[in-house]
Design a protein around this ligand. Structure first.
Ligand code: HEM
Ligand code: HEM
Length: 189
């Protein structure tokens, strides 16, 4: 693909939408999904299982956005690599691969644990997400383990390294790595 100096608008939009939605997923998992049903606890007027529905719907949306992003990555113009030491370039490319594995695997493990566990998935009370897997408690258990134990830690480590890298380029190397992903193109010519 022909290169350009910045990520294009759709890539930038999906990048920040996915980052924000990931954060939202962790917040909902630790608040709304922890409400006490017997005590009738509500958050913003919704009970625990409503928040489960919202969490699943956002998760499915993340999956669709990431699929779109992956297609777009190979069919649109990508920014020219910014000059940097080889270790830095390879580490950031390796980090991207791990980020993509997380962005696909995290929602997929949520979907598998729900559907294989015998629970349907609805998208914001509007329509049913197709059930592509038969009920299978062993599979549901493995997906549950991935969703609750492995992916959250992977996010802390891999996204932590990603954000540290972006800040390192911005503060220490003072190059255009962060700028090429920011939606504020008018700030810099
Ligand atoms: C990128 C998308 C997603 C992220 C970041 C995410 C994150 C999380 C987190 C952090 C938890 C709490 C884990 C814990 O208690 O330690 C959780 C729980 C849960 N997630 Fe997700 N999730 C995503 C997508 C999905 C999807 C697509 C579904 C289902 C279709 C789903 C279903 C669930 C369910 C049912 C629980 C509760 C499990 C339980 O109560 O034991 N998640 N999720
Ligand atoms: C404050 C948080 C974040 C900052 C400052 C940030 C910054 C950046 C920057 C500057 C780039 C371009 C790097 C380059 O081309 O060398 C980038 C790319 C990327 N970021 Fe982030 N990011 C953040 C959060 C996230 C999160 C939460 C995810 C995923 C869960 C993510 C996934 C990606 C991926 C996959 C790329 C590779 C380019 C692409 O294919 O879209 N980022 N990020």
């Amino acid at each position: 693909m022909v290169s350009t100096s910045r990520y294009n608008g759709l890539s930038i939009f999906i990048h920040w939408a996915v980052a924000l939605l990931f954060l939202t997923q962790f917040v909902i998992a630790e608040t709304g999904m922890e409400l006490n049903v017997k005590a009738g606890e509500l958050m913003l007027g919704f009970g625990k299982y409503d928040w489960y529905g919202v969490h699943k719907s956002i998760g499915v949306s993340i999956f669709v956005l990431v699929a779109l992003r992956m297609i777009w990555r190979f069919t649109s113009r990508q920014p020219k690599p910014i000059p940097m030491p080889k270790w830095d370039l390879y580490l950031s490319r390796f980090n991207f691969i791990l980020l993509y594995i997380i962005m696909v695997g995290f929602p997929l493990s949520g979907y598998i644990m729900s559907v294989a566990g015998g629970h349907g998935v609805k998208w914001f009370w509007l329509f049913d997400v197709p059930n592509l897997i038969a009920k299978n408690q062993a599979l549901a258990g493995q997906a549950h383990f991935m969703h609750e134990e492995i992916f959250p830690i992977a996010v802390y480590v891999v996204v932590g390294l990603h954000v540290t890298g972006a800040l390192y380029h911005f503060v220490v190397r003072k190059d255009n790595v962060l700028w090429q992903m920011l939606p504020l193109s008018f700030l810099k010519k």
